[in-house]
Design a protein around this ligand. Structure first.
Ligand code: 13P
Ligand code: SF4
Length: 297
């Protein structure tokens, strides 16, 4: 059985498996740690095992490697990338730095290592408000996700925000009309939403938070039904933690996250394939904003 083969290979390779809530449930079931981006970055930074198998998209594996460079980090699907990670431009960042005084460049972890290296601090969806609030700077360039940036702006009054126009193609395609029609079908349901969704979808929501925050909210809520405005991979953890509650997902699947299968986990452990290899200078430059996130978050 594949689970047994993976267990044996994990022993042989002195490996640990990390999985994001958006990967397929069959992959989450194999993992030693399952969580949101912030949790997994913290786990990866402290991991003692020699090999980290990161079941997620490229920027997650890169962050693990940058934070714990002595470990071998394997991506079961090297092609699994986050399109939003590329939606900002280093030339524009540098131009704005020259133009605007007292500017902090805040970079969502869903970004390339090059963008992180050009930034002052990284954030995830679960710590962005806290970290941006704590910055002394009056002006914030928030890259690459304009929707998360807008959400942060709403919660951090008194600062001026600039954006790079990026978005998550999965969350941003959800329409407020889709949410409204699901609410009509389930009038008792609460709407739980990831801040990568548009302003219109957020306005139609009862709770907005990261994947881990959405799961925790559903678990403690007395409500029994929820419309789910985030990637449906979270259903696996919700089923485990919220027995008897009903969830109605309206967001499409993230095709990149869904590339990862138990077979690809097995293959990368067997062959050592999908290793994250990065330039040393780039890793050092990108480590500074990531470590600042761990310190402030
Ligand atoms: P979180 O893990 O911070 O909830 O982010 C979701 C996401 O889009 C990861 O790609
Ligand atoms: Fe990127 Fe969106 Fe997929 Fe997350 S859900 S990995 S932000 S494309």
């Amino acid at each position: 059985m594949i689970t047994e083969e993976i267990r044996a290979l994990k022993e042989r390779e002195n490996a640990v498996i990390l999985a994001h809530y958006y990967v397929d449930g069959a992959v989450q079931a194999l993992a030693d740690y399952v969580g949101d981006s912030f949790y997994l970055a913290k786990v990866a930074a402290k991991e003692q095992k020699q090999t980290i198998v990161f079941c997620g998209v490229r920027f997650m594996g890169e962050s693990a490697k940058i934070l714990n460079p002595g470990r071998r980090v394997l991506l079961p699907e090297a092609a699994a990338d986050c399109p939003m990670a590329h939606m900002a431009d280093i030339g524009q960042i540098e131009a704005l730095r020259r133009e605007v005084e007292d500017l902090a460049v805040v970079c969502y972890v869903n970004s390339t290592a090059e963008l992180k290296a050009a930034s002052d601090v990284c954030v995830t969806s679960s710590n962005a408000v806290k970290i941006v609030s704590s910055l002394p700077n009056q002006n914030i360039l928030f890259i690459p996700d304009e929707n998360l940036g807008r959400f942060v702006k709403e919660h951090v009054p008194g600062k001026h925000f600039y954006f790079s126009g990026g978005h998550c193609p999965v969350h941003a395609q959800l329409l407020a009309a889709d949410v409204e029609s699901e609410k009509l079908a389930h009038p008792n349901a609460l709407v739980l939403t990831h801040p990568e969704c548009t302003a219109e979808v957020c306005a139609a929501s009862d709770f907005i938070g990261s994947t881990a925050e959405i799961i925790a909210y559903a678990e403690r809520s007395p409500a029994r039904e929820f419309v789910l405005c985030t990637e449906p991979g979270v259903l696996y953890e919700l089923a485990r933690r919220c027995p008897g509650k009903d969830f109605y997902p309206v967001t499409p699947l993230c095709a990149d996250m869904k590339l990862i299968t138990p077979q690809s986990v097995l293959r990368c452990l067997l062959e050592g394939s999908g290793e994250v290899v990065m330039d040393k200078g780039l890793m050092e430059a990108a480590r500074r904003p990531l470590e600042k996130m761990l310190a402030l978050g």
